[in-house]
Design a protein around this ligand. Structure first.
Ligand SMILES: Cc1cc2nc3c(=O)[nH]c(=O)nc-3n(C[C@H](O)[C@H](O)[C@H](O)COP(=O)(O)O)c2cc1C
Length: 182
């Protein structure tokens, strides 16, 4: 390992990381009054056999202790219509804990933790294992149930803003042949 201090400061890192678009999820956990959740972009597929999700949660996050106690969480990928849910679970409206579930169509599947029924895709997971960095818990979730609403456009976060992604126009055959002809 290279034993040198990084010359990249936090601001430089943040400015570069905010350029690529990321999917936006709400990680949810708990039942009844101990429900809690957070908006998270550090969520991805880990494997399909068995189906596993990786989610990175700050050690200071208020939902982490409930995820650990319940040994379950859901990862709900949001649609472009759910930007207000993302704001709510990011703590931007100063609403905390179970009160955050007042918005959104929440249901339960296999594990009993909240799952957003009209999410783009939602993964109901048991906590298989976790790894801890000095700042974040890297949670590995074994996916027990899935739901999807594939017709909805996805919510993305880029350059500090919630956006909807739009497909690139594909060149028509006529357009591409005239381009090739110069
Ligand atoms: C777009 C976006 C992505 C975020 N991604 C993560 C993430 O991957 N992991 C994380 O721990 N916090 C992430 N956060 C921050 C949490 O949403 C925020 O700290 C949390 O909701 C605060 O909840 P608490 O006050 O209950 O602790 C993200 C915030 C935003 C706006």
């Amino acid at each position: 390992m290279i034993d040198q201090k990084s010359t990249v400061d936090a601001m430089q890192f943040r400015m570069a990381m905010r350029l690529p678009a990321t999917a936006v999820t709400v990680i949810a956990t708990g039942t009844d009054d101990d429900r809690n959740g957070l908006t998270a972009s550090a969520v991805c597929s880990l494997s399909d056999s068995p189906p596993m999700i990786l989610a990175c949660v700050n050690l200071k996050n208020s939902a982490l202790s409930t995820i650990r106690a319940r040994k379950a969480f859901s990862a709900n990928f949001l649609t472009a219509q759910q930007a207000s849910v993302a704001e709510l679970f990011a703590g931007r409206t100063r609403i905390y804990g179970a009160m955050r579930f007042s918005e959104g169509a929440w249901t339960t599947l296999f594990t009993g933790v909240p799952v957003l029924s009209n999410a783009l895709a939602a993964f109901d997971c048991v906590l298989e294992c976790e790894y801890e960095s000095p700042t974040h818990a890297m949670l590995v979730g074994r996916v027990m149930s899935v739901l999807q609403n594939s017709d909805s456009p996805e919510l993305v976060y880029r350059r500090g803003e919630f956006c909807r992604s739009v497909p690139l126009p594909m060149p028509t055959e006529q357009g591409s042949s005239s381009q090739a002809a110069g």
